[in-house]
Write a protein of this length. Structure first.
Length: 57
């Protein structure tokens, strides 16, 4: 499987996760993240971003 992911896609995903989704759910993360990539077919790929969420309290 060949990774062909642009920096812009990764930046957009991180901005959505950290700037929107986590904040809307009142969460922050521990200092850890992992990425997992899947090639569905020749035109479709999926990227998962794994974090350890913690409530902001």
């Amino acid at each position: 499987m060949k990774k062909v992911y642009g920096k812009a896609v990764w930046q957009k995903a991180m901005k959505c996760l950290y700037g929107t989704w986590l904040a809307n759910h009142q969460l922050v993360t521990q200092p850890f993240s992992a990425e997992k990539y899947y090639q569905i077919d020749s035109d479709t790929s999926i990227m998962e971003i794994w974090v350890i969420p913690v409530c902001m309290r």
